[in-house]
Each structure stands twice: as C-alpha cells, then as structure tokens.
Design a protein around this ligand. Structure first.
Ligand SMILES: Nc1nc2c(ncn2[C@@H]2O[C@H](COP(=O)(O)OP(=O)(O)O)[C@@H](O)[C@H]2O)c(=O)[nH]1
Ligand SMILES: [Mg+2]
Length: 391
C-alpha cells in the first residue's frame, strides 16, 4: 500500500538520512514522524520510525553513560571470519551451550533464565572457513517493541549475515519458533528470500540516477520508480532491482526497512523424552521452507552438519586466487555470493585491479579443460581457482 507522503515529509526524511550526529538524526526523525499522515498505508512506516527513534534515544543515553566508563557499544560485535551468524531464541533453549560445544567462546551455561545479557561471539570452524557465531540475549514477546533490550538484540540480527533460530525440544518448540518469527516480522527482518530485492547505493552529487532492472516491475513503470526516488530527493544513486518488484518495494528500500537474512532452524535437547513429538510438529510446520537441524548439546549430537548447513544457507562460495608465477593458489579463499562473476572477484581484490583487468584463467572440475581463459562475465562457483591478469 502506498504511503503517499507529502513533499515536506519526503524532504524531512532525506535530511534525517543525511544527518551524521545521532542527536540531529533523532530530531529530524521526530519531525519526520509528525509529518507522516496517519492511515493504513503508513502504519508500518510509523511503527518503524518510532522504533528507530527509540533505538537512537537509547544509544544516545548509553553513549552519555559510556563516555564516563569504557567506550564502544556493548551490543556491537565486530565481524570476523567468513560470516557473522546470530543465534536467536527465547531464554534457556541452549544458545550458550551451543556456543560452548562448537566454539572456543567462554560462555555461561545456566539454569537461570536471562543469564546472557550481552552478545557473546565464538568461532565455528567449517572446512577451511570460520563462521562467527554470536549468542544474542534472549528474545521475549515484545522484543520488537523494546522489551528486554529487544531493539538492540534485533539490531544485532539486522547487522548479521545469517541467523540461527534456536528452539528447545523439551518444550513447546512450535510456540517458541512462532515467538521468534513474530518478533522478526515486526522488526521487518525476513527469514525467507523475498520475491523482490531493491538495492539503493547513494553516489556523489552529480553522478546521476541509474536504475538497473534485473527482474521485472509489477504494476509500475521505470518512470514511476524514477519519480518516486526523485520525490525523496534521491538524484545520485545506482538502484538495482532484482526479482518482481512493486513501487512499495522501492519505497521500502528507500526506508531501508525490510531486509532479508538467510536463516536455519536448530532444535536443541533432542535427548529429552518430549523431543520426538516436538520435532515431528516442527517438521510438519516448516516443511521445506527452512533447514531444520536437531541437536543435543548434552549428548554432543548433531553438530557435524551445522557448518555445512550454515554455509549452504548463506549462499556463499569460496574462490582461491593464484599468482601467475606460482604453482599453488593462496590457501585463504575470497568469499563471494553465489552467482558472482570474475568481475566481482577483481573488484573485491582492488578497484584498480578491476580497471586494469585483461583476462583470467580458471581451474575448475566442471570445465572440460583447465585452465580456461575467461572474461569478466564468467560465473564463478565454490572452490574455483582463478588467476587474474592485468593490462
Ligand atoms: N537436556 C538437555 N539440556 C540442555 C541441553 N542443552 C542445554 N541444556 C540445559 O538448558 C539450560 C539452559 O542452557 P543455556 O545454554 O544456558 O541456554 P540459553 O539461555 O539459551 O543460553 C541449562 O540448564 C543447560 O544445562 C541439551 O541438549 N539437553
Ligand atoms: Mg545464554
């Protein structure tokens, strides 16, 4: 449903998105909120803006307190390894136990609820990769409205590369899963690949507006999209539209409201008496929508597939580069998204490298001859070896 904001409101949003200082951003957002007309089409935007305001307010308050003590937000975990995966779940499902079982992290496993109040990271090894698992504080009903540091916890999930939703097979697992999915939905974090994806990359003034359509527009034209972006004063940007997108999807992207995070479900305590029934219920509910992994932290069962399932859900590939003069590729792979090309690899290494690109040689099992000489548009796959040649 369209929001039909006034020009004044759109201008205010632009000011808010450009504001650098938190205090200034907060003020602009409050003014923006007062300018949103209240009707069905804007209820989601209102709720999201209120959430943004209250997160900012808390951050500002925390910052004030922190300036006296040590610096940095305790809810921000620096990314390490191939991807950051946040473990979400209600209290006592075994998030700490999982971290203690599969990573080197020092965590507190406890019979008391809400023991984990701050996110705790640990590294999970998978073949030649490491994933950073982060135990988030427990989700509760109302997390998306700020209960139990919910805005920060869900902010952590927003910032992650992937999610593990964790439930407890000795309890009503379906109820727990519904709680998690409900809070995520309220926070506009999708756990299933959406039918459309719109990326807006802001550019410097004068760069112009470039809209690239990879998919298809539904019930709107390129002119409509352009008019909507310009209405929000987005005049210098690269806009990529994947899948089947409506004008609402474009507006969602302007507000950066809806995001998608690859997700798997992990059901712990498979050693308990109630586990079989609860697992059956979960399977019936999930179908093939999510990967479901049953584990027992107590009996150390089911972990062997965790790394592979996370790797699969993230839809990433490893590419090994080789220098022309050397025999062996570098042991440390570059991480790319599935579907990435030689051009993406070159850009990832260095923009200058991409500009000077001449050709590449690829070694891969699927090729009839290796190495094969390829250009920038060659689509890479997991475990490909690439030798880049510059002009
Ligand atoms: N039976 C059983 N109990 C478990 C298992 N994993 C964890 N627990 C217990 O569940 C409680 C909560 O565990 P904890 O890891 O602190 O949960 P968290 O709140 O999600 O971090 C503790 O008493 C653990 O001993 C398991 O696989 N089976
Ligand atoms: Mg814990």
């Amino acid at each position: 449903m369209p929001t039909n904001l006034t020009a004044e409101a759109k201008k205010k949003w632009n000011e808010a998105s450009l504001a650098r200082r938190p205090q200034e951003k907060l003020e602009k957002l409050q003014e923006f909120l007062s300018l949103i007309p209240k009707h069905k089409g804007t209820s989601r935007l209102c709720a999201q803006t209120k959430r943004q305001i209250s997160t900012l307010r808390r951050e500002i308050e925390e910052g004030r307190r922190r300036r006296v003590g040590r610096g940095g937000s305790r809810f921000f975990i620096e990314k390490e390894g191939a991807a950051q995966v946040v473990i979400l779940g209600p209290t006592k499902v075994g998030r700490s136990s999982l971290l203690a079982s599969v990573t080197n992290a020092k965590v507190e496993v406890s019979d008391y609820p809400y023991t984990t109040r701050e996110p705790v990271p640990g590294m999970l090894r998978y073949q030649d990769l490491q994933f950073q698992l982060v135990e988030a504080p427990a989700l509760v009903k109302g997390s998306a409205d700020g209960e139990n540091w919910g805005l920060q916890t869900l902010g952590l999930a927003r910032n992650a590369d992937g999610l593990v939703l964790m439930v407890d097979l000795s309890q009503n697992s379906l109820e727990q899963l519904s709680l998690i999915l409900g809070e995520l939905e309220k926070a506009r974090i999708l756990t299933q690949k959406p039918r459309a994806r719109v990326e807006i990359e802001r550019k410097h003034v004068g760069a112009g507006l470039h809209i690239i359509l990879f998919g298809r527009l539904i019930e709107c034209t390129m002119q409509d999209v352009e008019a909507m972006l310009k209405g929000y004063r987005i005049r210098d940007a690269i806009v990529k539209i994947h899948g089947e997108a409506t004008l609402d999807d474009v507006e969602d992207a302007i507000f950066e409201s809806t995001i998608y995070r690859p997700t798997i479900v992990v059901a712990n305590k498979s050693d308990t008496a109630e586990a079989t029934k609860n697992l059956d219920d979960l399977k019936a509910f999930l179908g093939n929508k999510y990967t479901l992994l049953a584990i027992s932290c107590r009996n150390l069962l089911g972990f062997e597939k965790l790394g592979a399932e996370i790797f699969g859900a993230l839809r990433i590939i490893r590419v090994y580069t080789k220098e022309p003069a050397k025999k062996e590729p570098s042991p440390k792979p570059f991480i790319l998204k599935r579907g990435a090309t030689v051009a993406d690899l070159a850009k990832l290494i260095h923009t200058d490298f991409y500009r000077r690109f001449s050709f590449a040689k690829v070694w891969a099992k699927r090729l009839r001859f290796s190495p094969q000489k390829v250009g920038t548009s060659f689509v890479l796959e997991d475990k490909d070896i690439v030798e880049l040649h510059a002009k």
